[in-house]
Design a protein around this ligand. Sequence first.
Ligand code: ADP
Length: 354
Amino acid sequence: MNESLDFGTSNTGANEESLRMVSSQPIGNEPVSDEELRPHVLDGFIGQPRLKAQLQLFLDAARKRDVPPDHILLAGPPGLGKTTLAMIVANELEVPIRVTSGPAVQHAGDLASILSSLDTGEVLFIDEIHRLPRAAEELLYIAMEDFRVDVMVGKGPGASSIPLTLPRFTVIGATTREGMLPSPLRARFGFTAHLDFYPHEELEKLIDRSANVLGVNLDEGSAHEMALRSRGTPRIANRLLRRVRDWAIVHDLIVVHPADVKEALSLYQIDSEGLDRLDIAVLNAIVRNFNGGPVGLNNLAAMVGEESETVETVCEPYLVREGFLVRTPKGRVATQKAWQHLGLTPSDDVSKLF
Ligand code: ADP
C-alpha cells in the first residue's frame, strides 16, 4: 500500500463531512443503529472474499493450536467493516473484546491500565491506532511482543518501573492511515488485512441482508439502485437504506420499487453515481466556469463557497477515484466522464449555457 495514502479521516473537513448523506464517517446516532446491522459471524460478512478466506484460515489454525491468534491489523477507508471484523473475530473465538481508540488513550498510563486488566485470550480492539500517543505506542510494542508492561511507581528521580507479566491476548488494530504507523508497530502484527471498496454486486447483497434485518421489503432492482449510489461503502449503503425505509413508511409502501428508491434519494440530492450537491457543484464550477480546467484548488473552493480543505478532503477523493476529476500540477481538470455526467460535451461553448 502507498505509504502516504490518506483515506480522508483527518479532522480537516470533518464537520462538513459529517453533514453529508454520502459521508463515510458515522453521522448522528449511527454508531448505535450500525450495531443492529453488524453481522456477528464471518459467514455473514458480505464480500471481501480473499480477506475472509485468509482470516478463516488464520482463526481455524489458532483454534486448532488452542492459543490466541497473532495480532491483526485492519487497514482501509472508513465504513468498510474494520470494527465489524474485529467483533466477528472475538465472537468466532468466543472471547471477550475490549474496545478503545488511539485518541481515547491520552497517556501511556491509560493503555497500561487497560493492558494490565486483560484476561487470557481477550481481544483488545484499538480503533484509529495510528493516533496513539508516541509513549503509548512504545508501551504497546513491548506488550504485544513480550506480553509485559512496565508499570511506573512513584514520580521524579525516585520513580522506578516494575515489570508486570500479561496473559496472552490479541490486539486488533484498525487504521485508515497505515502509512502513519511506525514500522516497529506494524511489524508486531502477524496478519494485516487491507479492506477495499465494495463492487456494486456485493453492496447489493449487503443491502438485501440489511433490508431483511430492518424488515424492508425490496422489489427486484431496488438494492441495485441503492448500491450504485453507495460509493463502494457499506456504511453509506446502510444509511441510504434507512432513508429509503423512512420513505416507505411515510408513503405506506408494502414493497419498495426501484422508482421509489430513485425518488427518495433524489430528495437528498444524491444522483445516480452517488454524487451529492457539493460534488456536482465542484464539477459544474470546473466545467462551466473554467471550461474544464485546469483550475487551482483555492479558486475552485471560492467558486463553490467552501473551504479549500473541504473540497480537497471531502469531495475530491471520490471524484478522483471514480474518474470525474484529475489533479494535475497546474490544477484540477474535469474528465470526459464529468462532462458527460453533466450532460455536456467538451466542445460545447459553455458561455452559451447561461
Ligand atoms: P469501519 O470500522 O471500517 O469504519 P464498520 O465496521 O463500523 O466500519 O462498518 C460500518 C457499517 O457497515 C456497520 O453497520 C457494519 O455492520 C456494516 N458493514 C461493513 N462491512 C460489512 C460487510 N462486509 N458485511 C455486512 N455489513 C457490513
